[in-house]
Design a protein around this ligand. Structure first.
Ligand code: PHE
Length: 339
């Protein structure tokens, strides 16, 4: 056996190859499952115990030499010939990952879609606003405590310039240069100085609506909101309006829908009440119309505003608000099917 190994050592030492196929053939000849070195290793079992040590060392030597030789032939081959050997131009390309719409965009689009079918058109405005459009034109008095309702971010060097706390500023921007009828829907990002937690964030998204015309009534508002709730959350959805307060609407209300998670029976999400709040609304305060150059004797209006994250939570039951802004692909990919 030792003789045989020596002969093979000499053979392996002088191996030559002229192509990649040659090298592969050598590998198969010596090192594959049926290769001669593999066969030698299998025979090792039959070597008498006193020779095992010597033979073992030699076989290992042979195997390592063969590996080395074949690898060095490969390397030589790769460098001596061009790279094109490994280039397969017929191979299919790596798939390009397509992006998907963000869940908040999906919900926003759905809200805007429902209202545009009702005749509302889209209006947008700046996120960095002046105090007038966010508060002044919306009937917040200078020292009105209601300004504290919305924890405002101020630009330090310009106390008059703020990050908008609601998209009502867009209502004002439209009213100041448009005479009724006005029927707009204003989606956008808003900012409030709140500690970030699972339930609050320093920015979120709103969609507000405004309708100003002759003879607009609270009934119109209620009907439009009922229709919206049913389009968004399903036919059987109920709504209820509770009296509330906003400086820019009078009367004001907050609207609840029957909890779409438990169907109104009561669950942890609706705190066992069967109802969940989704938006604020009311009749536009005549003072707001006047402040924005609209004759409040001739025209009336209604307005409403909702948080997109809130609606998304109800639809998708996302427990932690922070998920919406962390861009974790595992989370975002869950909405692929909804795109
Ligand atoms: N602007 C209010 C808010 O941000 C929402 C709202 C809009 C309420 C219109 C009533 C009417 O909280």
């Amino acid at each position: 056996m030792l003789k045989k190994i020596d002969a093979m050592l000499a053979e392996v030492e002088n191996l030559e190859a002229h192509s990649a196929e040659d090298i592969e053939a050598l590998r198969i000849k010596y090192l594959s499952k049926k290769g001669s070195i593999t066969a030698l290793m299998a025979d090792f079992r039959n070597v008498p115990a006193d020779q095992k040590k010597n033979v073992g060392i030699k076989i290992n030597e042979l195997k390592n030499l063969a590996l080395e030789k074949i690898n060095s032939l490969k390397a030589q081959f790769n460098t001596s010939d061009s790279d094109s050997i490994d280039l397969d131009i017929t191979r299919t390309a790596y798939p390009i990952q397509l992006g998907t719409r963000h869940p908040l965009t999906l919900i926003k689009n759905e809200i805007v879609d429902i209202f545009s079918r009702l005749g509302f058109s889209l209006a947008e405005g700046p996120e960095i606003e002046d105090d007038w459009h966010v508060f002044g034109a919306m009937n917040f008095a200078e020292d009105h405590p209601a300004r504290d309702m919305q924890d405002t971010f101020f630009i330090q060097s310009h106390p008059d310039i703020i990050l908008r706390t609601h998209t009502s500023s867009v209502q004002s921007r439209v009213m100041e240069h448009t005479q009724p009828p006005i029927r707009i829907i204003c989606p956008g990002r808003v900012y409030r100085n709140e500690a970030i937690s699972a339930r609050a964030h320093c920015f979120f998204h709103q969609v507000e609506g405004l309708y100003v015309d002759e003879n607009v009534s609270f009934t119109d508002l209620k009907q439009v909101l009922l229709l919206f709730a049913r389009e968004m959350f399903g036919e059987g959805t109920q709504i209820r309006l509770r009296p509330s307060y906003f400086p820019f609407t009078e009367p004001s209300a907050e609207m609840d829908i029957s909890c779409n998670i438990c169907g109104g029976k009561g669950c942890a999400f609706c705190k066992h009440t069967g109802w969940v709040e989704i938006l604020g609304c009311g009749m536009v305060d005549p003072a707001v119309l006047e402040l924005n150059g609209i004759d409040s004797k001739k025209y009336k209006g209604y307005a409403f505003g909702m948080g997109v994250e809130r609606i998304a939570n109800l639809k998708y039951q996302v427990k932690d608000l922070r998920m919406f802004s962390e861009n974790d692909l595992r989370f975002l990919k869950e909405f692929e099917a909804a795109n």
